[in-house]
Design a binder for this molecule. Structure first.
Ligand code: ZN
Length: 319
């Protein structure tokens, strides 16, 4: 008997990673989501799970071993630096930095995605949302960037393919930014169909030309609003997903395409996230026994983020 429950994977360690005062990818994001789910009563309808740590072998499903060694080295460096009374952060690029908790939080975030995948595949849950940070979709095989260190969705997708015997998985990315890291890792893998839309031109200034035929990238100009995005989803995503018949759907769930979000200039609202989630659930119901694992990516306007996650999770629960 397959469960119809929705799991909610998170961990207190994910609140401890922070990248300095005023940084938009801040711990308050998770607090806002938790508060909203509690206040709305949705928290009582989902099954809470504490995210385990991903193991090194898990991370190697999507990342080069040398890159992971370098990240571990930087994690040690920031510990030593803080112990010696130095700065709290080690910067990897202008807007991506590690504090003493980052490496643990990153392992929890990837661990959440893996554990959610295991529980859904085992039939203990129908689907799951991972409220985790750091986010992952800009993390490339051998490079951290754009607030991301480990590509949580790519790790989980590879876990499903390499270890759980699936032959076809879909990766859906509705963050306002192109999921360049996920493309870097999964382009050319015929077992994966990725679909996404993103504002273009915009950070990270990639994706206009897909890197392989399993990538359906849909760049949209600034100020594109929900109705146009829904039309694109109908016309470009759904036929591809129907033809591919994914056995599981992974969602890079970024909510920074919301009209209130200042890190992008698109015009989505909560109802658009609900609508997209509903369409994906229909695909999952037809081909994947309902199996969906969704991981938080961007979303920086705290109120809009919290309301949008609530709308997304409500659809996952089928309220
Ligand atoms: Zn984003």
């Amino acid at each position: 008997m397959t469960s119809r429950k929705t799991g909610y994977f998170t961990h207190p360690d994910c609140h401890l990673h922070e990248m300095g005062p005023g940084h938009p990818e801040c711990p308050q994001r998770l607090a806002a989501i938790d508060d909203r789910l509690i206040a709305s009563g949705v928290a009582g309808l989902i099954e809470p799970h504490e995210a385990p740590m991903a193991a090194g072998a898990d991370l190697e499903l999507a990342h080069d071993r040398l890159y992971l060694a370098a990240l571990r080295g930087l994690a040690q460096e920031v510990q030593d630096q803080v112990r010696a009374g130095g700065p709290d952060h080690v910067h990897l690029d202008a807007d991506t930095a590690m504090n003493v908790h980052t490496w643990t939080a990153a392992q929890r975030a990837a661990g959440a995605a893996i554990a959610a995948t295991d529980a859904v595949m085992a039939g203990q849950l129908e689907n799951a949302f991972c409220a985790v940070r750091p986010p992952g979709h800009h993390a490339c095989r051998d490079r951290a960037m754009g607030f991301c260190f480990i590509n949580n969705i790519a790790v989980a997708a590879r876990h499903a393919l390499e270890r759980l015997g699936l032959q076809r998985v879909a990766v859906v990315d509705f963050d306002v930014h192109h999921g360049n890291g996920t493309e870097d890792i999964l382009a050319g893998d015929p077992r994966v169909q990725m679909v996404g839309f993103f504002q273009h031109p915009h950070y990270p200034y990639s994706g206009e030309v897909p890197r392989a035929s399993n990538m359906a990238n849909l760049p949209v100009p600034a100020y594109t609003r929900g109705p146009q995005v829904r039309e694109l989803v109908e016309r470009e995503w759904l036929p591809r997903l129907e033809a591919f018949r994914p056995q599981m759907i992974f969602i890079s769930a970024g909510f920074d395409a919301h009209r209130d979000d200042e890190l992008g200039q698109l015009g989505l609202v909560e109802a658009d996230y609900a609508w997209i989630t509903r369409r994906l659930k229909e695909v999952a119901a037809r081909h994947a026994q309902g199996r969906i694992v969704s991981c938080l990516e961007g979303g920086y306007h705290l109120e809009a983020l919290a309301r949008s996650v609530e709308a997304h999770v409500r659809e996952l629960v089928d309220l």
